[in-house]
Design a protein around this ligand. Structure first.
Ligand code: FAD
Length: 326
């Protein structure tokens, strides 16, 4: 059996969970039709609708964990539920979407079962031995991993599979109330804040991004960069050093722990091009780097590189644009 932890969003399956079910279906087919079970935890507003939806995504049976322990999300308590469902279904594969919850719950499960876990898998290339390809370094590189132990535990990276419904009867529904130890209830999410508007939206979709890193020298070192972004109809994106030092807000950060950008033109100024920053800007179409160090990784990877002080080069570019436009 393949057991898939399904997360809900507004009462229906989260899109990432449906993508994970698409991955599970192809795994099932490769294995000659292995049955797919889903495990759900907590409140389910419309059971019949969900059973029908999961049936269309290849699930034959749902294990729904209910009880006071699941009033609030907790990585350990959810892992206890998945562990019970997996024992009950004798599943040889347990998977979830590569979301913060999916990764947390399966990490807890891996620790409880003392088996390895592969996070953010994008493909599988063999069942025996069970071999998967997964994203590492924030998606900047891929790694092949063999999971020799059973159950094989892994999460599926978002957008790596397409959630395509098929014809299928509603999944059978089984409620169960797994035992949850006190220790598994210590850390739970009792309330969540209202989601703020995603201010990084314009950065992700901008066709021009002017970047600034430690080379800006301080919070007062961004005036010319702000002006260049405005002149080009773009936005400013910064390195993590800049946000960590509080020079600019986090929603402007580009990279592994910031926004992934793919503008037509990226102009990183005073940014070295560490792998974690590169992970967020590698798909820019043209990169024009400005840096005092000709050997900085960003300079050697850029389409065009200007060796110079950003505090001289950027104002000179701005002046040139202004004079050509007047
Ligand atoms: P530095 O590496 O210090 O580089 C400054 C550059 O500016 C140098 O190349 C220097 O030659 C140049 N310079 C200095 N003065 C001038 C000047 N006057 N004019 C022109 N050039 C000048 N980083 C990110 O950016 N985004 C992330 O999402 C991110 N996530 C991370 C996640 C993890 C888990 C870890 C461990 C790190 C992460 N980092 C991230 C940090 C990353 O490793 C680097 O430390 C960071 O990107 C460096 O920022 P920087 O290029 O501004 O600074």
């Amino acid at each position: 059996m393949i057991l898939v932890l399904v997360e809900l969003e507004n009462g229906t399956s989260a899109e990432v969970s449906l993508e994970t079910l698409a991955f599970a279906r192809s795994l099932s087919e490769a294995g000659g039709g292995i049955a797919i079970r889903a495990v759900l935890v907590g409140d389910v507003p419309d059971r019949d609708a969900l059973a029908a939806e999961l049936g269309r995504h290849g699930v034959s049976e749902v294990r729904h964990a209910t009880g006071d322990a699941f009033d609030a999300y907790g990585g350990a308590s959810w892992a206890a539920a998945v562990q019970a469902a997996r024992a009950d279904t004798s599943s040889v594969v347990v998977t979830a979407a590569g979301t913060p919850r999916g990764n947390e719950v399966l990490a807890h499960l891996a620790a409880r079962l003392d088996v390895p876990m592969a996070a953010n898998v994008v493909a599988f290339s063999g069942l025996s031995p069970f071999t998967v390809t997964r994203q590492v370094i924030g998606g900047a590189a891929l790694e092949e991993m063999t999971l020799a132990t059973r159950p094989a535990l892994f999460t599926v990276a978002g957008h790596s599979w397409v959630a395509a419904p098929v014809d299928g009867p509603p999944a059978a529904w089984h409620e169960f109330s797994p035992e949850v130890a006190e220790a598994d209830l210590v850390a739970r999410v009792h309330s969540t804040g209202v989601k703020e508007a995603d201010e990084s939206g314009s950065l992700k979709s901008a066709s021009v991004v002017v970047g600034a890193g430690r080379g800006a020298g301080g919070p007062g070192g961004f005036a010319a960069v702000d002006e260049l972004a405005e002149l080009l109809g773009g936005v400013v994106g910064v390195s993590r050093v800049v946000t960590s030092l509080g020079w600019r807000p986090h929603h402007e950060q580009v990279g592994q722990t910031g926004s992934r950008i793919s503008p037509d033109l990226y102009i990183p100024c005073g940014i070295s091009g560490a792998i974690q920053h590169w992970a967020g800007c590698a798909s820019s179409k043209v990169i024009l780097a400005i840096n005092t160090d000709a050997e900085a990784p960003m300079m050697t990877r850029a389409t065009y590189a200007v060796v110079g002080d950003m505090h001289e080069v950027v104002p000179a570019i701005n002046e040139e644009i202004r004079s050509r436009r007047s």
